[in-house]
Design a protein around this ligand. Sequence first.
Ligand code: ZN
Length: 326
Amino acid sequence: MRDELSHIRNQEDEERKIILAEHKKYMDNLFARYPQLKENFERADDVLKQIISATFRKFKGESLEEGIVALETRLDELMAERRSLLKEYNIDPLSLQPRWNCELCQDTGMISKEGLYFACPCAQEKRIRLYRKHANLPSRIANATFAAANFDLYQPEFREQAKQNYAYVQRFCEHLKRDSGQGLFIHGTTGSGKSFLLGCIANYLLEHMSVRYLVYADFLDSLRATFNREAEQSEQQLVDEVKNVDLLLLDDLGLEKPTEFSLKNLAQIIDYRYRNLKPLVVTSNFTLPELVRRFQTDLYGERIVWRLGEMCSNILELKGNLRMIL
Ligand SMILES: [Zn+2]
């Protein structure tokens, strides 16, 4: 992910170089066709350099006020001459500027305001697009939002509790910070809308942090696939990605077989996130005590559930079955 963010950066630099090179070519052609325009640019550049050097000398205490005024008048004349030349040759003055994709930051991704630098909105959009791609949301929940949650889909007796849970989770998202170490554990039967809720969390937080959705059983399949020699990523690379993402959303924990391989990797991920205060949201068909029983076959099992209990001080239950409707 970090590699890819820096890749965006490099790509921006490359694109910027291409735009500048194209612009130079355009200007060279223009100057070859209109030597008078070239001369005007050269003279203006020269006067500008004189103004800069005179200003420096003035700062050093030399009295050059009149000289600078004369130079500025000369520059104004040259700019007026340029405007009339452009009109005569029918050249759009805007074409004399490079064609940036983003005028605001001239494709640097940064804007400065009162001496401070900020990320340009165009860079933020790019980052959000990248976060969205990496979040790995299945299409079923790719557009899930708190505003789109339809509580009429819950059976009447579960509706109020679902509403309260959604409101609680939304507040959790509003206050969640990277490195806060906070967690949520949501349990409920299959079809109670747990995955949809994870989709809401992901889409809410994607603008602020990197998010990764995964069904642990599927992740184990990806890990096993790395044993193949031609695999693009190693097992450790995949585990590291999941360890380091700002917010991890683990859907349907406990669905996988509790083998040593499965529990060892899970323990590594959860332990790392616990120690480094990285937030986590887990859903499961099982309650935490049920997970302890399920994982108990292995020494890692208890540790995982213990850590989950430490991180997820908030435990919610979703009831109902929306599968027939969704
Ligand atoms: Zn920009």
